[in-house]
Design a protein around this ligand. Structure first.
Ligand code: ZN
Ligand code: ZN
Length: 214
Protein backbone atom coordinates (compact mmCIF):
# COMPACT_ATOMS: atom_id res chain seq x y z
CA UNK A 1 0.00 0.00 0.00
CA UNK A 2 1.50 3.35 -1.06
CA UNK A 3 0.28 6.64 0.29
CA UNK A 4 1.08 10.08 -1.08
CA UNK A 5 3.57 12.18 0.82
CA UNK A 6 1.90 15.10 2.54
CA UNK A 7 3.10 18.19 4.34
CA UNK A 8 1.82 18.17 7.90
CA UNK A 9 0.94 21.15 10.05
CA UNK A 10 3.40 21.71 12.92
CA UNK A 11 1.31 19.71 15.38
CA UNK A 12 -1.70 18.07 13.75
CA UNK A 13 -2.77 16.48 17.06
CA UNK A 14 -3.34 19.89 18.58
CA UNK A 15 -5.95 20.88 16.02
CA UNK A 16 -9.32 21.57 17.55
CA UNK A 17 -11.88 18.83 17.11
CA UNK A 18 -14.06 19.49 14.11
CA UNK A 19 -16.71 17.60 12.22
CA UNK A 20 -15.32 15.37 9.50
CA UNK A 21 -14.56 15.89 6.69
CA UNK A 22 -12.23 18.79 7.29
CA UNK A 23 -8.67 19.17 6.15
CA UNK A 24 -6.99 18.80 9.54
CA UNK A 25 -8.86 15.60 10.40
CA UNK A 26 -8.05 14.07 7.00
CA UNK A 27 -4.40 15.05 7.52
CA UNK A 28 -4.39 13.38 10.93
CA UNK A 29 -5.63 10.06 9.60
CA UNK A 30 -3.33 10.14 6.56
CA UNK A 31 -0.36 10.94 8.80
CA UNK A 32 -1.04 8.04 11.11
CA UNK A 33 -1.51 5.67 8.16
CA UNK A 34 1.92 6.68 6.90
CA UNK A 35 3.43 6.30 10.35
CA UNK A 36 1.92 2.83 10.79
CA UNK A 37 3.39 1.66 7.46
CA UNK A 38 6.80 3.02 8.48
CA UNK A 39 6.63 1.26 11.86
CA UNK A 40 5.59 -2.00 10.19
CA UNK A 41 9.04 -2.11 8.55
CA UNK A 42 10.92 -1.81 11.85
CA UNK A 43 8.55 -3.88 14.03
CA UNK A 44 7.93 -7.16 12.17
CA UNK A 45 6.14 -8.75 15.15
CA UNK A 46 3.43 -6.09 14.91
CA UNK A 47 3.51 -5.62 11.12
CA UNK A 48 0.12 -7.24 10.30
CA UNK A 49 -1.65 -5.09 12.90
CA UNK A 50 0.14 -1.94 11.79
CA UNK A 51 -0.72 -2.60 8.14
CA UNK A 52 -4.34 -3.20 9.10
CA UNK A 53 -4.35 0.04 11.09
CA UNK A 54 -2.87 1.90 8.09
CA UNK A 55 -5.71 0.68 5.87
CA UNK A 56 -8.25 1.64 8.51
CA UNK A 57 -6.75 5.11 8.93
CA UNK A 58 -6.69 5.62 5.17
CA UNK A 59 -10.42 4.80 4.96
CA UNK A 60 -11.07 7.25 7.80
CA UNK A 61 -9.14 9.97 5.95
CA UNK A 62 -11.44 9.38 2.96
CA UNK A 63 -14.58 9.41 5.13
CA UNK A 64 -15.39 5.99 3.67
CA UNK A 65 -18.85 4.43 4.16
CA UNK A 66 -19.29 1.74 6.87
CA UNK A 67 -19.35 -1.05 4.25
CA UNK A 68 -15.73 -0.27 3.37
CA UNK A 69 -14.58 -1.20 6.88
CA UNK A 70 -16.27 -4.57 6.83
CA UNK A 71 -14.09 -5.50 3.84
CA UNK A 72 -10.93 -4.97 5.91
CA UNK A 73 -11.35 -8.16 7.90
CA UNK A 74 -12.17 -11.75 6.96
CA UNK A 75 -15.08 -11.83 9.41
CA UNK A 76 -17.63 -9.10 10.12
CA UNK A 77 -16.14 -6.75 12.73
CA UNK A 78 -18.08 -6.26 15.95
CA UNK A 79 -20.58 -3.41 15.91
CA UNK A 80 -18.84 -1.85 18.92
CA UNK A 81 -15.66 -1.54 16.86
CA UNK A 82 -17.52 0.09 13.93
CA UNK A 83 -19.26 2.44 16.38
CA UNK A 84 -15.89 3.48 17.77
CA UNK A 85 -14.54 4.28 14.30
CA UNK A 86 -17.60 6.42 13.60
CA UNK A 87 -17.32 8.16 16.96
CA UNK A 88 -13.66 8.89 16.34
CA UNK A 89 -14.68 10.84 13.22
CA UNK A 90 -17.27 12.80 15.20
CA UNK A 91 -16.12 12.94 18.83
CA UNK A 92 -18.73 14.62 21.00
CA UNK A 93 -17.57 16.93 23.80
CA UNK A 94 -18.63 15.71 27.24
CA UNK A 95 -17.22 16.96 30.54
CA UNK A 96 -15.07 14.42 32.38
CA UNK A 97 -16.06 13.28 35.85
CA UNK A 98 -12.71 11.79 36.91
CA UNK A 99 -9.04 12.74 36.43
CA UNK A 100 -8.33 9.50 34.56
CA UNK A 101 -10.95 10.24 31.88
CA UNK A 102 -10.51 12.55 28.89
CA UNK A 103 -11.49 16.11 29.83
CA UNK A 104 -12.85 16.60 26.30
CA UNK A 105 -15.05 13.56 25.78
CA UNK A 106 -14.95 11.47 29.02
CA UNK A 107 -13.43 8.44 27.25
CA UNK A 108 -10.76 6.30 28.94
CA UNK A 109 -7.13 6.63 27.85
CA UNK A 110 -5.59 4.50 25.10
CA UNK A 111 -2.02 5.05 26.22
CA UNK A 112 0.34 7.35 28.08
CA UNK A 113 3.04 9.67 26.73
CA UNK A 114 6.12 10.58 28.77
CA UNK A 115 7.10 14.11 27.80
CA UNK A 116 10.40 15.67 28.88
CA UNK A 117 9.85 18.13 31.71
CA UNK A 118 12.59 19.58 33.92
CA UNK A 119 15.02 16.77 34.81
CA UNK A 120 12.50 14.02 34.19
CA UNK A 121 9.28 13.21 32.40
CA UNK A 122 5.68 14.21 32.86
CA UNK A 123 2.94 11.70 32.07
CA UNK A 124 0.12 12.62 29.71
CA UNK A 125 -2.72 10.24 29.03
CA UNK A 126 -4.01 10.14 25.44
CA UNK A 127 -7.72 9.67 24.81
CA UNK A 128 -8.79 6.50 23.00
CA UNK A 129 -11.50 8.40 21.12
CA UNK A 130 -10.64 12.05 20.41
CA UNK A 131 -6.84 11.67 20.98
CA UNK A 132 -6.72 14.64 23.36
CA UNK A 133 -3.77 14.47 25.80
CA UNK A 134 -3.97 15.55 29.44
CA UNK A 135 -1.52 15.45 32.37
CA UNK A 136 -1.91 12.67 34.92
CA UNK A 137 -0.15 11.45 38.07
CA UNK A 138 2.78 9.09 37.47
CA UNK A 139 2.07 7.34 40.78
CA UNK A 140 -1.49 6.22 40.19
CA UNK A 141 -3.24 3.64 38.03
CA UNK A 142 -5.02 5.30 35.07
CA UNK A 143 -8.02 3.06 35.78
CA UNK A 144 -8.61 2.47 39.51
CA UNK A 145 -6.21 5.23 40.65
CA UNK A 146 -4.48 2.94 43.18
CA UNK A 147 -0.72 3.12 43.71
CA UNK A 148 -0.19 -0.61 43.02
CA UNK A 149 1.48 0.01 39.68
CA UNK A 150 4.64 -1.42 38.08
CA UNK A 151 6.45 -0.88 34.81
CA UNK A 152 7.83 -3.39 32.31
CA UNK A 153 10.11 -2.89 29.34
CA UNK A 154 11.43 -5.07 26.52
CA UNK A 155 14.96 -4.80 25.06
CA UNK A 156 13.64 -4.81 21.49
CA UNK A 157 11.31 -1.89 22.23
CA UNK A 158 13.37 1.12 23.39
CA UNK A 159 11.09 4.04 24.22
CA UNK A 160 8.25 1.84 25.45
CA UNK A 161 7.13 1.04 29.00
CA UNK A 162 4.11 -0.99 30.01
CA UNK A 163 2.26 0.14 33.11
CA UNK A 164 0.49 -2.67 34.98
CA UNK A 165 -1.80 -2.40 37.99
CA UNK A 166 -2.00 -5.26 40.49
CA UNK A 167 -5.15 -3.82 42.02
CA UNK A 168 -7.44 -3.82 38.93
CA UNK A 169 -5.18 -5.91 36.63
CA UNK A 170 -5.18 -3.47 33.71
CA UNK A 171 -2.22 -2.47 31.59
CA UNK A 172 -1.44 0.23 29.09
CA UNK A 173 1.66 1.31 27.21
CA UNK A 174 3.64 4.47 27.92
CA UNK A 175 5.56 6.01 25.01
CA UNK A 176 8.70 8.07 25.67
CA UNK A 177 8.40 11.02 23.34
CA UNK A 178 12.15 11.79 23.34
CA UNK A 179 13.04 8.26 22.17
CA UNK A 180 10.40 7.97 19.42
CA UNK A 181 11.08 10.63 16.77
CA UNK A 182 8.06 11.25 14.57
CA UNK A 183 5.78 9.78 17.24
CA UNK A 184 2.09 9.47 16.37
CA UNK A 185 0.86 7.90 19.60
CA UNK A 186 -2.03 5.77 18.35
CA UNK A 187 0.14 4.28 15.58
CA UNK A 188 3.28 3.78 17.68
CA UNK A 189 1.25 2.11 20.42
CA UNK A 190 0.40 -0.75 18.06
CA UNK A 191 4.10 -1.52 17.58
CA UNK A 192 4.32 -2.58 21.25
CA UNK A 193 2.80 -6.00 20.60
CA UNK A 194 5.58 -8.01 22.28
CA UNK A 195 4.70 -6.14 25.49
CA UNK A 196 0.98 -6.82 24.90
CA UNK A 197 1.75 -10.53 24.75
CA UNK A 198 3.84 -10.33 27.93
CA UNK A 199 1.09 -8.44 29.79
CA UNK A 200 -1.72 -10.76 28.69
CA UNK A 201 0.32 -13.85 29.55
CA UNK A 202 0.82 -12.38 33.01
CA UNK A 203 -2.88 -11.93 33.65
CA UNK A 204 -3.45 -8.29 32.74
CA UNK A 205 -5.97 -6.87 30.26
CA UNK A 206 -5.57 -3.69 28.28
CA UNK A 207 -7.45 -0.71 29.66
CA UNK A 208 -8.71 0.14 26.17
CA UNK A 209 -8.07 -2.12 23.15
CA UNK A 210 -6.65 -0.19 20.20
CA UNK A 211 -8.37 0.02 16.81
CA UNK A 212 -6.28 -2.88 15.54
CA UNK A 213 -8.13 -4.99 18.13
CA UNK A 214 -5.31 -5.46 20.66
ZN1 ZN B 1 -11.39 12.39 24.34
ZN1 ZN C 1 -5.75 -0.17 38.69
Amino acid sequence: MHLPEIVLPADPMSDPICVHPCESVAHRFTARAQRALLLAQSHPAAAPSLQFFAQLSQLQSENAPPEAYTQLTPTPPPQAWLDRITEELHPLPQPAEAPNLCPNCSSPPQLGILKPQGDGHALYLACALCRHEWPYSRKHCPNCQSESISFATAPQLPGYQTLTCDSCKIYLHLLEQSKLPGLIPEADEIAAQPLDIWAIENGYHKLTPNLAGI
